[in-house]
Design a protein around this ligand. Structure first.
Ligand code: NAP
Length: 489
């Protein structure tokens, strides 16, 4: 890509931004459903291409395709229902000592958005993924920087989106897809003055590099970066006593799902040391040795997995306790578990490195106080999981409060892999798991990342956006004089 091409692409994106914001909201809803239809209609070529480029199995990719279509449709539905608009009206009160004006507020699009997808979700967090769907729902044209790990897959998805844009009569600049050859070219997209926000899913290194570029601009812009996480699991004594072997089986399943290549992979387990913990580790070992090594997304990720795993295993006090029995071929990842004491964990930040793949570190604490200290030392996480009984929760209230301060989603007796696409999902935890913990990248609330509030004061009804008109022509829920209602004024 030449930088002069970028200027032209972004000129068209800006034109599209102006044009699409003059359209009725229902046209944007229709656009999103048409794009969903186009993706749904993609045949076996999509799946076969993605299998060849990502090593992911057919069943997983079919599921991910369905999820991607669902994201477009459910965000369209949420847009039509006005969720992302947060429409509110405070009616005038001319009788007040200082007369109160009529004030109405809605959310409007920020402007063209740059999207960077991740390698591990070639559909759902890439070209046609949640960032693109939510930015378009917000009324923002999108320029995607294609992921080099699955370029042909990305192109098939980009063509489907472009067909949807053309069929819906939206300007060509509503969506663009670029391939970059260098980091500088990719960063030029973020630095370009037309771009008003960035959606990123990927590594900490990549996300932070883009945050830096965005902050150095003459006009700094928000970067919504969903980055790596080690997703701690807290195994509490009561639960361990009642279901240790079964939990070991479930934990091994979650840890090795998709060769551990999920941002929600539970790579850290924290517990109070006891004979029951030794039994749990032995049961985990029985599971791990039988898990066959499998191909990782690409050669680079497999090399990084081995390197990061060796780095953690090489730290002071770390002891290897379980490795898949079958030898891993080149490009494959072998499930691995190591342990460390709470004391060693507390003094070594390297032990919080994300080992992207099927690796877990078990932290054995001497007592509940040390477990609390370890929790307070943790970096921000996308998720945290409690394997606990109700009695455990009641006797560890301070610990539970400390865990809540560290994560965006807290899970009870379940596992974090599997991120439901729904309104109540929050996928975005405290830094460094994401660059802005106030927003989610999964579920319809993701749309709000790419909007800003705009208040209208004493504005004539016929010139207000539909969501703020007296008659409520969209039939949406609004906050009118502090009451939630669908009534017309
Ligand atoms: P990545 O290496 O960070 O790449 C993501 C995208 O950003 C690619 O298009 C990459 O392009 C670009 N990029 C990376 N560094 C850049 C830089 N310095 N300047 C400009 N562009 C840059 O991530 P990945 O390997 O694809 O994904 C694996 C990681 O993503 C894991 O750490 C995983 O935990 C995380 N992840 C997080 C979530 C989440 O929701 N939080 C979801 C999935 C994955 P180039 O390769 O061309 O540089």
């Amino acid at each position: 890509m030449k930088l002069s091409d970028l200027d032209l692409i972004l000129e068209k994106a800006q034109e599209a931004f102006v044009a699409m914001n003059a359209y009725a909201l229902r046209r944007r809803v229709a656009l999103m459903n048409t794009i969903a239809d186009e993706i749904e209609a993609l045949g076996p070529e999509l799946i076969q291409t993605a299998m060849a480029e990502s090593n992911l199995p057919e069943a997983r990719l079919n599921g991910e395709k369905a999820r991607t279509v669902f994201q477009w449709r459910s965000y369209a539905d949420a847009l039509g229902k006005g969720y992302s608009l947060d429409a509110s009206i405070d009616t005038a009160n001319p009788q007040r000592a200082v007369p109160k004006p009529d004030i109405r507020k809605t959310n409007v699009g920020l402007g063209p958005v740059a999207v960077f997808g991740a390698s591990n979700f070639p559909f759902a967090f890439s070209t046609a993924g949640g960032d693109t769907a939510s930015a378009i729902a917000a009324g923002c044209p999108v320029v995607v920087k294609a992921h080099p790990g699955h370029p042909k897959t990305s192109q098939i998805m980009a063509d489907a989106i472009s067909r949807g844009v053309a069929k819906s009569g939206f300007p060509e600049g509503t969506f663009a897809h670029i391939f970059t050859d260098t980091i500088e070219e990719a960063q030029a997209l973020v630095a370009h003055p037309v771009i008003k926000a960035v959606g990123f899913t990927g590594s900490n290194r990549g996300g932070l590099a883009l945050v830096e570029v965005a902050n150095k601009r003459k006009e700094p812009i928000p970067v919504f970066a969903e980055m790596g996480s080690i997703n701690p699991v807290f195994l509490l004594p009561g639960k361990l006593g009642t279901a240790g072997a079964e939990l070991a089986k479930q934990y091994a399943g979650s840890l090795t799902l998709g060769v551990g290549q999920f941002c929600t992979n539970p790579g850290l387990l924290i517990t109070e040391d006891s004979p029951a913990v030794d039994g749990f580790i032995e049961a985990l070992n029985q599971e791990i040795v039988n898990i066959l090594p499998a191909p990782m997304l690409n050669a680079g990720i497999a090399v990084a997995y081995r390197g990061n795993r060796e780095k953690v295993i090489g730290q002071s006090g770390v002891e290897l306790v379980a490795v898949a029995a079958a030898e891993a071929a080149e490009g494959q990842g072998a499930a691995t578990v190591a342990t460390v004491s709470g004391v060693d964990f507390l003094i070594n930040d390297e032990l919080q490195t994300e080992v992207f793949g099927p690796f877990a570190l078990i932290v054995k604490c001497r007592n509940a106080d040390e477990m609390l200290a370890v929790t307070e030392k943790l970096h921000g996480q996308l998720t945290a999981t409690l394997l606990a009984t109700s009695d455990d929760l009641a006797s560890h209230r301070e610990l539970v409060a400390a865990i809540q301060n560290k994560c965006g989603r807290i899970i009870f007796n379940n596992f974090p892999t599997g991120v439901e696409v729904c309104k109540s999902m929050h996928h975005g935890g405290p830094f460094p798991s994401s660059s802005n913990s106030q927003f989610t990248s999964v579920g319809p609330d993701a749309i709000k990342r790419f909007t800003r509030p705009l208040s209208f004061q004493n504005w004539p009804d016929e010139f207000l956006p539909d969501e703020l008109k007296n008659a409520n022509p969209l039939g949406i829920w609004r906050t009118v004089d502090n009451e939630i209602t669908r009534e017309r004024l």
